[in-house]
Design a protein around this ligand. Structure first.
Ligand SMILES: Nc1ncnc2c1ncn2[C@@H]1O[C@H](COP(=O)(O)OP(=O)(O)OP(=O)(O)O)[C@@H](O)[C@H]1O
Length: 258
């Protein structure tokens, strides 16, 4: 399913948070969202996932305006993994993942073998099958993050929105989760801070700065030394990676400010 945002604007707290942002993710594509802190990445993901209504502009998923889709229709298409997840009391990790099946079940329908299979697959996908019976609130930050991702996978969405899915993860699991997202070939939009991860795992990248869309393209087109200086105020050297397609960034940490 494609995701198209047209001229989105959104205000909150008396401030313009997003201004005239457009983007397009093609079916099966992994689209990276990068930008400094406060540039509007999380806000944009919430608009794309239908959690907030834009003040202007619109979002289409698979050609349908999401303002016209019911909550259940959205939940059958779209999953959002946010940065902060609310703590559910004394439930197990598996119980949290099971919540992902809610949109697929009728009011009176029982738990089916297909539900069980989806939950088991999702737990295995994030490498957490061994922890299924652990109590959610006793899990580490990274373990909770992987369970939240499993909950989204159990939902079997066509479109996945992820807000910094790797921020609590060790390097093994950062790579595992991003590779999983890429290889699922769902349409996904992923906010990322690690620009080398964006270069490695994203088909295309959108750059936000102060709530505005300022660039979009392949990692080679977007991740330039000029962009690092202009948008992130850092000096870097960008070279073709000798190990994979796409660019590799080396940050010059002791250089005078770019
Ligand atoms: N509900 C809200 N009310 C007021 N201001 C908000 C609200 N939501 C977001 N903002 C502001 O909008 C700006 C963009 O926030 P957002 O979380 O979208 O940025 P971000 O790019 O995801 O940042 P980070 O990289 O730090 O996670 C910030 O200045 C934030 O304080």
């Amino acid at each position: 399913m494609s995701v198209v945002a047209e001229s989105l604007s959104w205000q909150a707290g008396g401030r313009q948070i997003l201004q005239d942002v457009s983007l397009r993710a093609e079916p099966g594509e992994t689209l990276g969202l990068i930008g400094p802190n406060g540039s509007g990445k999380s806000s944009l993901l919430r608009l794309l996932a239908g959690l907030r209504r834009p003040g202007a502009g619109r979002v289409e998923i698979d050609g349908q305006d999401i303002a016209r889709l019911s909550r259940r229709d959205m939940a059958l298409r779209v999953a959002l993994v946010q940065q902060q997840s609310t703590t559910e009391a004394n439930v197990t990790a598996r119980d949290v993942v099971r919540l992902g099946r809610t949109p697929h079940r009728g009011a009176l329908a029982g738990w089916t073998a297909a539900d069980e299979e989806a939950v088991a697959q999702a737990l295995a996908g994030v490498g957490m099958q061994h922890a299924a019976t652990r109590i959610w609130r006793t899990l580490s930050g990274g373990e909770r993050q992987r369970i939240q991702i499993a909950r989204a996978l159990a939902q079997k969405p066509s479109v996945l929105f992820l807000d910094e899915p790797t921020n609590h993860l060790d390097i093994e699991h950062q790579i595992a989760i991003l590779r999983l997202v890429r290889d699922l070939r769902l349409t996904s939009v992923v906010a990322l801070h690690d620009l080398n991860h964006a270069a490695t795992f994203c088909d295309r990248i959108v750059v936000l700065q102060k709530g505005r869309h300022i660039a979009a393209g392949t990692p080679d087109e977007v991740l330039t030394e000029d962009m690092l200086a202009r948008v992130f105020s850092v000096a870097g050297r960008v070279r073709p990676s000798p190990y994979r397609p796409g660019p590799e960034i080396h940050f010059l940490v002791d250089a005078p400010e770019a």
